[in-house]
Design a binder for this molecule. Structure first.
Ligand code: SAM
Length: 255
């Protein structure tokens, strides 16, 4: 029997065996992996993961679910961190040479802040496999010049290789959410990836560019660059942020 879902924690529990198996195969856990599951809930994917790994870490905010998980799995196989994942310090999963994998059926109300928080650990992350609202996955993998392309696409594609694996319908959950879900895999790009000279300035520029989607770059980037400086980078200042590739944002940031 599944516990009663709490709305404030965005709880929709996976209950369809077919999708649980597909997600676990997509994760492909190997015994020695250092893995952390976000929001294990009643444990639909936790159980098969604990079965295949030497050890699993999990971060769960709900005190009742956390207590039930602690009772269910032995401490040698399972460590439960009863915390808000938005404050969770992933560095504590290991020492200086930490390399970890992250998985989870995420609460949709915190998905964007969670992705930005995880991105700060990109250097230690091997990969992340997450269930998210399909609309968020569409935004993550979107190409320039499409409706879904925006700040989330640019900021994540700047750091990660992103792959939309498959969709999951509302009926796979109890209770069913109102929206479709999808599984996305994110892998940090190699160290020699395209990088802006200053990550903070790059982030500020992207935020300003998408702040007012309908305005031209000449307008939205005024605090950073004149129209002539934008043009000098081979970019027409009459274009809008949603037409710019990640590489063009890097060029403008470096200018
Ligand atoms: N993984 C389970 C499954 O597939 O059935 C539960 C998924 S449910 C969509 C999201 C889970 O994340 C819930 O267990 C919820 O309590 C937990 N959660 C919600 N907000 C959280 C937060 N800020 N930090 C950690 N866990 C959170």
């Amino acid at each position: 029997m599944l516990p009663k879902a709490k709305k404030r924690f965005g709880q929709h529990f996976l209950s369809d065996r077919h999708y649980i198996d597909r997600i676990v195969s997509a994760i492909a856990p190997k015994p020695g992996d250092t893995m952390v599951e976000i929001g294990p809930g009643p444990g639909a994917i936790t159980e098969p993961l604990v079965g295949k790994l030497d050890h699993l870490h999990a971060v769960e905010i709900d005190r009742d679910l956390a207590a039930a998980l602690r009772r269910r799995f032995p401490v040698e196989k399972f460590t439960l961190h009863e915390e808000d994942v938005l404050d969770f310090d992933f560095a504590k999963l290991g020492g200086d040479d930490l390399r970890f994998r992250a998985v989870g059926n995420l609460p949709y109300n915190i998905s964007t802040p969670f992705l930005f928080h995880l991105a700060t650990f990109a250097e230690q992350l091997i990969d992340g496999t997450f269930m998210l609202q399909k609309e968020v996955v569409d935004r993550m993998v979107a190409d320039p010049d499409t409706d879904a392309y925006g700040r989330l696409s640019v900021m994540l594609q700047y750091r990660f290789d992103l792959e939309h694996l498959f969709d999951v319908p509302p009926g796979a959950f109890t209770p069913p959410p109102k929206v479709d879900s999808a599984i996305v895999r994110m892998r940090p790009l190699p160290a020699n990836r395209l990088r802006a000279k200053d990550d903070t300035r790059f982030a500020a520029l992207v935020t300003a560019g998408f702040g007012q989607r309908r305005k031209t770059l000449g307008n939205t980037l005024k605090p950073f660059l004149t129209a002539a400086q934008i043009e000098a980078q081979g970019i027409d200042p009459k274009r809008r942020a949603e037409t710019l590739s990640v590489e063009e944002f890097v060029r403008l940031s470096d200018a």
